[in-house]
Design a protein around this ligand. Structure first.
Ligand SMILES: Nc1ncnc2c1ncn2[C@@H]1O[C@H](COP(=O)(O)OP(=O)(O)OP(=O)(O)O)[C@@H](O)[C@H]1O
Ligand SMILES: [Mg+2]
Length: 385
């Protein structure tokens, strides 16, 4: 180990790089308010998971986040970070240790991007070299051109600013990240891109994350677990996205997740997760007799035609077999081909668009993997184990 790695100016590390978080009967009443903003809220987030808080405006999502880093103090209950009550730590220490991405990003407009990202390392007294290295590493991690480091926030797009907000929150390798509607102000296309990037990033960094949104689709996409809150910070349901969609706890949750919850559930599974049906196949050059026999054996009225590389090139209805060996020109081109990473939702859409005919699925190398039918998709909607 070289001497630079045994960093100076580094205080004792209070937490591991991802820590569990637990709310125990937490209550918060703002001074002068006649009702508590949060009353008796309990849930636990395992280390390294994304927990999404979702619910209508004013239900207490931002309040719950601010209690965690002691921007405001709870009036009852307990919050444990890594098993230790947050009240044993000073608010200013917690705010340095916990990454926070706020509703409107909140970059400092008079500081450059690099200086913004370096905010917490500077507060922690890191030396210049260590800080610069960390900033460069984070710019790369979030996919921002290092040249942007010298710009000011006003000279970036909304999506770029958002990435900088995430980088800044990650700077000191926090055990926990609080993200309050981080993608709320971004257009739908860039929003989807940021969500995907963030999920990819999370698969590397595995932080514990509390993520607030009022968009149920975002919650389903981002959350390992979802806490649905109703007014007064009451927990309506705490469950995985699949459980929530398969079995909403009550009418409030059922309305909140939407009448199309079955279809939404299909977005959570990919063709890689289901057992595909075997296709009845014929290769180019297979004698007509043999092709007919294969179809008859399985009661099929069509075959999938494969080329010599086992890649599907079309469908062949058996009435098209004309006594000559199977030829590419006899096959009807496929309306669509799906990969293993296609979601069941998209697969359903492709099946329906092709008059409910089973969809051909291929492996990454283009070879036939199997078929997915309407029936197979609807069977996958059985209740979760
Ligand atoms: N500083 C404050 N003083 C008094 N009441 C407050 C304060 N901040 C929030 N509240 C009230 O507490 C409740 C919860 O507010 P909070 O900001 O946590 O809601 P939210 O779920 O984040 O809403 P949104 O989705 O609109 O951001 C609301 O009724 C709000 O009016
Ligand atoms: Mg809020």
């Amino acid at each position: 180990m070289n001497s630079e790695d045994t960093a100076q100016n580094e205080g004792p590390t209070a937490y591991p790089s991802a820590a569990p978080l637990e709310f125990r009967s937490v209550g918060k009443r703002y001074p002068g308010a006649d009702r508590p903003a949060i009353e008796d809220l309990s849930f636990a987030v395992p280390a390294g998971e994304i927990c999404v808080l979702v619910g209508p405006s004013g239900c207490g999502k931002t309040t719950a986040m601010r209690l965690v880093n002691r921007m405001i103090d709870m009036t009852s209950g307990e919050i444990l970070l890594d098993g230790k009550s947050i009240t044993t730590r000073k608010g200013s220490d917690l705010r340095r240790e916990i990454g926070y991405v706020i509703q409107q990003i909140g970059l400092f407009p008079h500081l450059t991007i690099a200086q913004n990202v370096a905010t917490v390392p500077k507060l922690l007294g890191w030396d210049k070299h260590r800080t610069e290295r960390r900033v460069a590493e984070l710019m790369e991690l979030i996919g921002l051109d290092p040249d942007l480091g010298a710009r000011y926030p006003g000279q970036l797009s909304g999506g770029q600013r958002q990435r900088v907000g995430v980088a800044r929150a990650l700077a000191a390798d926090p055990p926990l990240m609080l993200m309050d509607e981080p993608f709320g102000a971004i257009d739908p296309i860039n929003r989807a891109r940021l969500q995907n990037e963030f999920l990819r990033l999370q698969s590397q960094i595995r932080k514990t994350i509390v993520f607030v949104t009022h968009d149920i689709d975002e919650a389903i996409k981002m959350g390992d677990r979802i806490a649905i809150l109703r007014e007064g910070g009451h927990l309506a349901q705490f469950a995985t996205p699949d459980e929530l969609l398969a079995a909403p706890a009550d009418d409030f949750v059922a309305k909140f997740v939407g009448a199309d919850r079955g279809l939404k559930r299909l977005t959570l599974s990919r063709l890689a997760d289901v057992e595909l049906a075997d296709a009845n196949v014929a290769h180019i050059g297979t004698p007509a007799e043999e092709a007919r026999r294969i179809a008859q054996q399985h009661g099929a009225n069509e075959l999938v035609v494969l080329d010599s590389a086992e890649q599907p090139i079309g469908r062949l209805p058996i009435e098209r077999l004309n006594g000559l060996p199977v030829a590419a020109e006899d096959a009807e081109p496929l309306a669509a081909i799906a990969g293993r990473d296609t979601s069941l939702h998209d697969a359903l859409s492709l099946v329906v668009a092709d008059r409910n005919r089973p969809l051909v699925v291929v492996e990454a190398d283009g070879r036939l993997a199997g078929l997915v039918s309407l029936e197979l998709i609807s069977n996958s909607l059985r209740p979760p184990e």
